[in-house]
Design a protein around this ligand. Sequence first.
Ligand code: PLP
Length: 357
Amino acid sequence: MFKDIRFKNKHFKSYGRKYQGLKHGGNVGEAAKTYGQPEAGWLDLSTGISPWMYPIPDIPQQLWRTLPYQNEHFWRVIAEYYQVTPEIITAVAGSQGAIRQMPYLLEPESVAIPAIGYKEHQYSWERAGHRVCLYQSWGELENLLDQGEVTHCVVINPNNPSAEYVDNTVIEAIYRSVSGYLIIDEAFMDVDERCSFIPYLPKSMVANNRLIILRSVGKFFGLAGIRLGFALGCGELIESLRAAVYPWAVNSPALYIAECALSDVAWQQKQRLRIRDQESQLLTLLTSKLPRSCHIVSAGLFVSIFGPSDTLMPIYQQAVRHAILLREDRLLDQCMWLRVGLPGEQYNRLANFIEAL
Ligand SMILES: Cc1ncc(COP(=O)(O)O)c(C=O)c1O
């Protein structure tokens, strides 16, 4: 199942040369250029990054100078936050770091990936030479697994953009049927941990364990800029990931900030409350203003609107004229989705825009 290191090097080289990239939210510079508006003054709601960021503490000077060797206290804090043992945590440069690397560490196989979901999964597995089977529903995934069509499986929980939370009983059944790895992307789970699959991880190193859970420090803590995430799990793929990213893939200031943020329970509680409050306010407003042909869902840190393109595209374009950046993407059959991130302290600006639709 595991690749020889020479294969990995070959792939990494070609990936570096040919990289074109996918379109993502959060690129205000590009929006300003595309729509001929100055970069300052945009309200960027195109991502699911919290508008309230963890306040950056004073960073001890020596951290800028020293190499990032994670200390015991750091591991204890991170382990406590995720309720796991320190030995099964691997720090990566954003969960994206693991999403991109892991497929290259495995021999080409087949993998099931949600048809609607964070596109970097599909992109990364395909680039690493795997055969990707997209599933539209849990029924479709079940069929793929029952018929032995796929070796590995990716689940995004909650899904971005569909906002669907998957119950643990469903994931348990999937895990039982996957012969290879089950990778669960929980980048947006911090707002509501009830559906997290973390309790199913082993408590200590188990060489052949096939479960990997990805977590992000970027979304809930509003710290996407520090590029920090964690791969939780053990087993051979995690060992290969560690070998690929360690010793210094994550910088010392990022680790220090995470240590403060993940141990600050009072801030986390306040953050959950204000996210929940604004999410429901935004849902109520959007539901009252948008036609019934639109399906509006929320995963805490963002609201997604699914509907006909001739309803949603004009809203996107109107928002741009107000320097409000949403995220849009096409689906089949003249349908599309829009992401509306939480506006935080700029709620009234967004509300005025929506009221006037
Ligand atoms: C579902 C999902 N997973 C993972 C990521 C990567 O996030 P990060 O690398 O900041 O942890 C994103 C980014 O938008 C995402 O939407």
